[in-house]
Design a protein around this ligand. Structure first.
Ligand code: THU
Length: 160
């Protein structure tokens, strides 16, 4: 028997410690929560992607009466970014969420598994690390790439 330990590293920043570009992106993710359509969960998620050419694309969760037909903020944002700007890598993705009382979460929201898989595809597609900023009132988590969120991931190379 062998044991494999996979470590992930993340940094936690105070909002004031972020540089101007990261603050702008986090602000855009927070603003995007206002455009969420979440009449069922009352949980409003926003995401903002900064592309390689500095364009910022935002998105939010979009729910549906047929629950599984809705889509998370992360995938809404990445699918739009990748379809509108197919030649631009996503440099950084910021994510924020508000609860049913309209308050930003104290601790960052960890993206769901399906969104992590889509993030991984975007990172692999452009062969460019995608930084992730997870906004929480108590601190902002920074992950250097999607691998840090989804270790031992399934990707196209597994099918070779
Ligand atoms: N949601 C997101 O938008 N992103 C996540 O990473 C987790 C969950 C949305 C989906 C649904 O509209 C609501 O939050 C409650 O699950």
């Amino acid at each position: 028997m062998k044991e494999l330990n996979i470590r992930i590293t993340l940094k936690i920043y105070e909002y004031e410690e972020l540089n101007r570009e990261d603050r702008e992106l986090v602000n855009a993710a927070c603003e995007a929560t206002q455009r969420s359509y979440a009449p069922y969960s009352h949980f409003s998620v926003g995401a903002a992607a900064r592309l390689a050419d500095k364009t910022i694309v935002t998105g939010s969760n979009q729910e549906n009466a047929a629950y599984p037909s809705g889509l998370c903020a992360e995938r809404t944002t990445l699918f739009y970014a990748n379809s509108r700007y197919p030649d631009q890598a996503v440099d950084t993705l910021a994510i924020a969420a508000r609860n049913e009382r309209g308050e930003y979460l104290e601790d960052p929201i960890p993206p769901c598994g399906a969104c992590r898989q889509v993030m991984m595809e975007t990172e692999n597609r452009f062969k460019h690390p995608m930084r992730i900023l997870l906004f929480g009132q108590k601190g902002i988590y920074e992950l250097k790439n999607v691998g840090a969120l989804l270790p031992l991931s399934f990707n196209a190379s597994a099918m070779e």
